[in-house]
Design a protein around this ligand. Structure first.
Ligand code: Z5A
Length: 209
């Protein structure tokens, strides 16, 4: 099976991916799970990740194609081989991140361009996840969490309005995969959020067995 965790920065993706990975490894066996992330989830991509997250690209479409390129390599080198071998894949970010950050949160991209961008993954045959867990939280709470972690808030430079537009972008991205999208209220405490995700995953694993 293929699971994806999504959300704005500070929504708790990495924390929840760690917890879900532990649960899945216990349940399926550690060799049956591939825990990965985007961007940079494949060998050799660390420098590219650093470059793009450091603001190395100025063109919006440049960013879009960077994330698509990174994803194509990630899919061919990591995700497809794991799924073909019958393993379960858990990815921290995937296609919805690109739709939310590069496309739907950007007023300069709409109409035919947004339609093209949102269909490209399907056209080129990127695997569709069994479930996307969208950790929904407001940007004020999310940036407070990052600040308390002692990490520079990436929204600081772009503002709360940008955070809201990314969050709204995710809500548009959900239309790409109807039936695969699971909204999780991530404003609650860690255990409650983890419990909801695990309940969904358990029922999916039970239905698949
Ligand atoms: N990006 C893009 O634009 N387009 C794309 O296609 C892709 C990515 C794939 C990735 O950065 C950046 O790349 C991202 C979008 C862009 N940023 N921007 N701008 P990243 O992968 O380095 O980082 P991130 O994905 O933004 O994650 P993060 O900063 O590490 O945040 P997080 O994973 O969502 O949160 P966390 O680390 O799990 O938790 C943050 C803190 O909150 C931590 O202290 C936790 O203990 C605490 N926490 C977590 N959950 C809770 C709850 N429920 N209650 C209280 N405290 C909590």
């Amino acid at each position: 099976m293929f699971f994806v965790i999504e959300g704005i920065d500070g929504s708790g993706k990495t924390t929840q991916a760690d917890r879900l990975a532990d649960t899945l490894a216990r349940r399926l066996g550690p060799d049956s799970l591939i825990r990965t992330r985007e961007p940079g989830g494949w060998d050799g991509a660390a420098a590219a990740r650093e470059f793009v997250l450091g603001g190395g690209l100025v063109s919006l479409w440049g960013e879009f194609f960077f994330f698509m390129l990174d994803r194509c390599e990630h899919v061919e080198r990591v995700i497809k081989p794991a799924l073909s071998a019958g393993k379960t894949v858990l990815s921290d970010r995937y296609v919805p991140s690109t739709l939310a950050y590069q496309i739907f949160s950007n007023q300069a991209i709409d109409g035919a361009a947004a339609e093209y961008a949102s269909r490209l993954g399907e056209v080129i045959g990127l695997p569709v996840p069994d479930a996307v867990f969208f950790l929904d939280v407001d940007p004020v709470t999310a940036s407070g969490r990052l600040a308390s972690r002692g990490v520079m808030d990436r929204f600081d430079g772009r503002g709360q309005e940008y955070g809201e537009s990314v969050r709204a972008g995710y809500k548009k991205a959900r239309a790409s995969w109807p039936g695969r999208w699971v909204d999780i209220d991530a404003s609650r405490d860690l255990d409650q959020v983890a419990c909801d995700i695990e309940a969904e995953v358990s029922s999916m694993l039970a239905a698949a067995s």
